[in-house]
Design a protein. Structure first.
Length: 121
């Protein structure tokens, strides 16, 4: 049921309050409360905002039976990283992606070795 699913998503999303969720969606806290009590459903635009906020599909929110469950919602740290990335200009985004790729290579053990000549200088 949508009401239970919404409560579960809020808990998984660092226990975000109804008020904070309402602010993000630009609706009233009472609207969120009515959805969680099963008294009302969000409109199409708000359902889309919910899906984007929780990083799930609208099919998942509507409990479509033949659709696979989406990935876990992002953690608060992951959301902050994503929001920060989106605030960067193109140069900053490219620089951050390059840094991330280098870190992934380093963690994988396939990063290029430090040049000994450069270290000796």
């Amino acid at each position: 049921m949508f009401s239970d699913l919404l409560k579960e998503l809020r808990k998984k999303h660092n226990n975000i309050s109804q008020a904070a969720l309402a602010e993000k969606l630009q609706v009233s806290q009472q609207a969120v409360g009515r959805w969680e009590k099963g008294l009302n459903m969000p409109d199409h635009d708000t359902l889309r905002k919910l899906a984007l906020f929780f990083r799930v599909s609208t099919d998942y929110l509507l409990e479509m039976p033949d659709i696979e469950d989406p990935k876990e919602p992002l953690t608060q740290d992951e959301r902050e990283l994503l929001d920060g990335y989106r605030d960067l200009d193109t140069w900053g985004q490219r620089a951050l992606l390059c840094l991330m790729q280098n870190e992934l290579l380093r963690m994988d053990g396939t990063a290029p070795k430090t040049r000994k000549k450069a270290a000796a200088m």
